[in-house]
Design a protein around this ligand. Structure first.
Ligand SMILES: Nc1nc2c(ncn2[C@@H]2O[C@H](COP(=O)(O)O[C@H]3[C@@H](O)[C@H](n4cnc5c(=O)[nH]c(N)nc54)O[C@@H]3COP(=O)(O)O)[C@@H](O)[C@H]2O)c(=O)[nH]1
Length: 741
């Protein structure tokens, strides 16, 4: 190829331009176009590159309307390839000519160019790289012959192809190098442990995280086989399955227990990948892993919380059911028996109400510990919720063994429970059912044990009952009664009866005790003993007690309106004795009243007053301050600390009828009654004796200066209207006068 000197000079310039540093392909093409335009004085020169999608983009242009053609994109597989000249140029890497100009390409792309420019004859030179056409250099020559510069243009296009190739190589290398750098940075700084091994498993490289997780220094790891991490927790099968997956699928991922250098076994999430070379031959293994001990701990914690009672740490209802299911399956397989114990704390609600929830919680924890101490390691003890605990007993030879265990529990509760500084005696009631004798599924076994527990409660509590089929009826009745009791208040089925209290000095009725009855629509009048314990157990005693208080006080005001200045006595259940509520209730009852608060007397049991001395004292003082009188009911049946009693603002003691009933025959009872009266008077308290049924008893009480009497002798409890009628009737000779004479 021979060049004119002038073309040779131009080519040398082009060489210099192309070989000096170029940052991108478009600047190579632009410089080429600019230089050629300057040398050839052609109207328009442009250069474009073909990408992988066979699109030719014009990156450089110089001359007329260069700005309009720059950036145009031509589809080679369509427009260009259909033109034989162009196709030739691209396929055979030889120059081609469009004598009619760009318009020959029939492309609407060139519509923007002026017709003059569009129709200029254009010669195309392939930009080649490694025998491939990577683009074209287009020179619009118009009617001027281009042939004399043909060689220059060919060589310039070749140079440009070469320069573009160099640039691409350089960029690719740069890219590869930065990728490598990036990979190295990822390897070094990854939080995941990474090993790269050869095909035999020998570690070639390990990153810092691998060393941190395993406890081995990087240099200690190189050359080792990862089997040094084997924890011994997985059998041969596990590793076989793992490697089978790596060989077959080139990958395995999962949880594995491994061992650190210090011997600690820990869980990790491991992914092993087989790396193949271009001939699909195994080249390396890459193991990536993270320590998942923390996640496992969190998982275990969540699992624990889901299946354990927060307060006592015992299994909860769900876990108990799971265990019971498992026990039943085991027992079926081994043909053995299981016992389910349902344990309920007696009067827990009362304790909770009286002592407050914090102490109630503490008590539940103490009870849980006590129960645990009575059981073997492998017995399941669970808390069902509230004050209900359940136990599964297995591996016993005879049912009497179960009885012995349950007996041990009852005995453990004969010792007091210590709540902070106070000593508390609590008892439990236990119901027991057996698999397979009583039921063969968990829910029925539980239900029967529960029924047996209720039976124990109804038998005085503090005892154990085995389930018996006759109990089922009873439990259904109880549930029904509970349901009816819940509606009794709304249905106005409660009545108050009033039992007169006689003043032995004046011989007149000076008060009455309000006693509740349930007027059941089918069963008739039900005595309080039959429903008050249930009302206490279910908490219904609170609204019922509120009703009694309001009703009795309203009735007392009726008496006053009718000219009978009597006092009314109202029984307070221990469950109602929540300081805040009770004092609020009392002030509400006493507001808007026509009579003095001293006509209301609240009867509290001795044990209630004594149980939690300090809180009780505050509550009693508040009641007393409002003018209400306070009496201790059933006095003598509980344990009374006289020094405590002195501190309480009590007005009256009510001697329990158990002492009165046997006064005549039992000298001990007589002595107690005398002592109570004397002591009460010493403390400035009044004394009333209840359950007075005989003249003899009355005489004895009068002789020892008892202030009042209440009993069938002087009057049975009467409905409100009958009691008012009794008061309004022409007075009988007063009892005091009759017997004094
Ligand atoms: N929390 C509440 N408790 C209440 C309420 N109303 C009653 N009660 C308590 O129920 C228990 C049984 O009461 P009841 O069946 O009404 O018996 C009372 C009297 O009928 C009975 N009594 C009276 N005199 C005699 C007698 O001479 N002989 C004899 N065998 N029984 C007699 O004693 C009961 C009154 O006892 P007390 O309250 O201890 O003074 C009972 O414990 C009631 O307290 C209520 O509204 N709320």
């Amino acid at each position: 190829m021979k060049l004119e000197p002038i073309d040779m000079a131009a080519l040398l310039d082009i060489h210099d331009i192309l070989m000096t540093w170029n940052t991108d392909e478009s600047s190579v093409l632009q410089k080429l176009c600019d230089k050629l335009l300057a040398s050839l004085h052609a109207p328009l020169i442009w250069g474009g590159l073909i990408n992988q999608d066979h699109k030719l983009t014009v990156f450089g242009a110089a001359g007329n309307e260069a700005d309009r053609i720059k950036g145009l994109v031509l589809d080679c597989s369509d427009t260009l390839a259909n033109h034989p000249a162009i196709k030739d140029c691209i396929d055979t890497l030889t120059p081609a000519s469009l004598p009619g100009g760009l318009i020959e390409l029939n492309s609407r792309l060139f519509e923007n160019l002026s017709p003059d420019v569009r129709t200029l004859q254009t010669d195309l030179y392939p930009l080649t790289l490694e025998n491939r056409c990577m683009g074209v250099l287009a020179v619009a020559t118009g009617n001027r012959q281009n042939s004399k510069h043909h060689s220059l243009l060919q060589l310039a296009a070749q140079h440009a192809g070469f320069a573009l190739g160099m640039l691409r190589n350089f960029v690719a290398k740069e890219h590869a190098q930065s990728s490598l750098k990036l990979a190295a940075a990822v390897f070094d700084h990854s939080l995941e442990g990474i090993f790269i091994t050869d095909t035999t498993g020998s570690i070639l490289a390990a990153n810092d995280a691998a060393s941190r997780i395993t406890g081995y220094k990087p240099e200690e790891l190189i050359g080792q086989n990862p089997r040094i991490f084997k924890s011994g927790r997985h059998g041969q099968d596990f590793y076989q399955a793992l490697w089978h997956s790596v060989h077959r699928h080139k990958q395995w991922e999962g949880e594995i227990w491994n061992k650190r250098k210090n011997g600690e076994i820990f869980p990790e999430w491991l992914s092993i990948s087989a790396i193949l070379d271009e001939h699909t031959q195994l080249q390396n293994y890459i193991c990536i892993f993270i320590d998942i001990s923390k996640q496992k701990e969190a998982e275990a914690r969540l699992n624990y919380l889901a299946y354990h009672d927060k307060l006592t740490g015992l299994p909860n209802r769900d876990l108990f059911h799971d265990r019971l299911n498992a026990s039943i399956l085991r027992a079926k397989r081994n043909q053995t028996d299981i016992a389910v114990l349902f344990i309920d704390i007696d009067h827990f609600k009362y304790i909770n109400d009286t002592f407050g929830h914090a102490k109630g919680d503490l008590l539940l924890q103490k009870v849980a510990n006590k129960l645990k101490s009575c059981l073997r390691e492998n017995d399941t003890l669970a808390r069902m919720g509230g004050d209900e605990f359940t136990v599964i007993l297995e591996d016993f030879a005879f049912q009497t063994d179960v009885e012995i265990t349950a007996g041990r529990i009852l005995k453990a509760f004969s010792q007091p429970v210590y709540l902070d500084n106070s000593e508390l005696y609590v008892s439990v009631s236990i119901g027991i059912s057996f698999f397979p004798e009583d039921a063969n599924n968990p829910s029925m076994l539980m239900k029967h044990a529960d029924t047996a527990m209720y039976s124990a409660k109804n038998n005085g509590r503090k005892c154990l009952h085995f389930f018996h089929s006759t109990m089922e009826n009873y439990s259904i009745q109880r549930i029904e009664m509970e349901r009816q009791l819940r509606h009794a208040l709304d249905n106005h089925e409660f009545r108050l009866f009033y039992q007169p209290q006689f003043n032995l000095e004046t011989g007149a009725i000076d008060g009455a005790e309000a006693l509740i009855r349930w007027q059941h629509p089918q069963k008739g009048l039900i005595a309080p003993d039959e429903f008050i314990p249930m009302a206490e157990d279910t908490g219904m005693i609170v609204p019922i007690g509120e009703w009694v208080l309001k009703q009795a006080w309203a009735e007392c005001q009726n008496w006053h309106r009718a000219g009978h200045a009597l006092r009314v006595g109202v029984n307070l259940s221990a469950h109602q004795f929540n300081h805040a509520q009770l004092t609020d209730l009392a002030s509400m009852v006493l507001s808007d009243t026509i009579i003095d608060a001293s006509f209301l007397e609240l009867e509290l049991t001795e044990s209630l007053v004594m149980r939690q001395a300090e809180d009780t004292l505050t509550a009693l003082n508040a009641l007393k301050k409002s003018g209400i009188r306070l009496a201790i009911d059933d006095f003598g049946t509980g344990y009374s600390s006289l020094s405590y009693l002195k501190q309480f603002p009590i007005d009256r003691l009510k001697i329990d009828r158990s002492f009165v009933g046997d006064l005549a025959n039992n000298p001990n009872d007589a002595a107690i009654v005398v002592a109570i009266i004397a002591m009460a008077h010493c403390m400035g308290l009044e004394v009333i004796a209840e359950g007075v049924e005989t003249e003899e008893q009355l005489k004895f009480l009068r002789m020892h200066d008892c202030n009042q009497v209440q009993g069938y002798l002087t009057g049975k409890p009467l409905p409100a209207n009958e009691f008012l009628a009794l008061l309004s009737a022409k007075p009988e000779p007063a009892i005091g006068e009759v017997h004094r004479s």
